[in-house]
Design a protein around this ligand. Structure first.
Ligand SMILES: Nc1ncnc2c1ncn2[C@@H]1O[C@H](COP(=O)(O)OP(=O)(O)OP(=O)(O)O)[C@@H](O)[C@H]1O
Ligand SMILES: Cc1cn([C@H]2C[C@H](O)[C@@H](COP(=O)(O)O)O2)c(=O)[nH]c1=O
Length: 211
């Protein structure tokens, strides 16, 4: 059995993660690999239920409760979906993971990075991705995509102020700079096919090893 790999896609709101996660998983399936395409918060019935609580604008979670809820959703997702898929030798393509908590709850919000990592150690045995694609693009292009997709319908976190999302973006880039071995920066501008081509190019070393 080939051994599976754990791949995450990260980045700010609407940069194209879900689109690229789908395209990547289809490309891996075409190569004959077993693939779990999943997302956070979510990916299991329990974590999807927590997702609803986290994104509903009627709740006003404080920073600690918010970080704990993301960690609880991730714990269930790792135990009941990601870890079993990796153990079966599948490739896991996950739309957001721990780096989103580090960028949003610690970079954008009031939690510390140490606290987020401690919760991850307790909740998810500190599982880290093999590779993380950080999608980056200029704000006007992304704002146009989001306006076309969501109009005025933003969830509790997507609807936070621009300054919050600016800090999130900066923290993502800082995390990538601190761990250049795991992160690959992907230019998310242009058509979905162009962005997919950049990701597949960056996948070559990994596919050579295991796929
Ligand atoms: N390269 C692209 N060019 C133009 N539009 C795109 C591109 N990639 C995605 N889109 C469109 O932009 C919107 C946001 O894309 P997508 O949902 O993939 O982003 P996301 O990063 O997963 O968003 P979110 O952070 O809200 O989950 C969607 O309507 C999608 O169809
Ligand atoms: C995993 C994770 C997510 N978030 C935020 C980021 C988004 O605003 C929402 C939902 O994600 P989607 O990809 O836009 O559907 O949740 C977060 O703040 N912390 C996290 O760990």
């Amino acid at each position: 059995m080939t051994s599976g790999r754990f791949i995450t896609l990260e980045g700010g709101e609407g940069v194209g993660k879900s689109t690229q996660a789908r395209m990547l998983s289809e490309a891996l399936i075409t190569r004959g690999l077993g693939v779990l395409l999943t997302r956070e918060p979510g990916g299991t019935p329990g974590a999807e239920a927590i997702r609803k609580l986290l994104l509903d604008t009627q709740f006003n979670w404080d920073a600690r409760a918010e970080a704990l809820l993301f960690a609880a959703a991730r714990s269930d997702h790792v135990d009941h979906a990601i870890r079993p898929a990796l153990d079966r030798g599948e490739w896991v393509v996950c739309d957001r993971f721990i780096d989103s908590s580090r960028a949003y709850q610690a970079g954008g919000g009031n939690s510390s990075d140490d606290a987020i990592l401690a919760m991850h150690t307790i909740g998810s045995h500190g599982l880290m991705p093999d590779v993380t694609f950080l999608l980056v693009a200029e704000t006007p292009e992304i704002s146009a995509r989001l306006a076309a997709r969501d109009g005025d319908n933003q969830d509790r976190i997507g609807g936070k102020p621009e300054a919050y999302h600016g800090r999130v973006e900066t923290r993502f880039r800082d995390l990538a700079a601190m761990d250049a071995k795991r992160f690959v920066l992907i230019d998310a501008s242009g058509s979905p096919a162009e962005v997919h081509g950049r990701i597949m190019e960056a996948m070559e070393p990994l596919l050579g090893e295991g796929g």
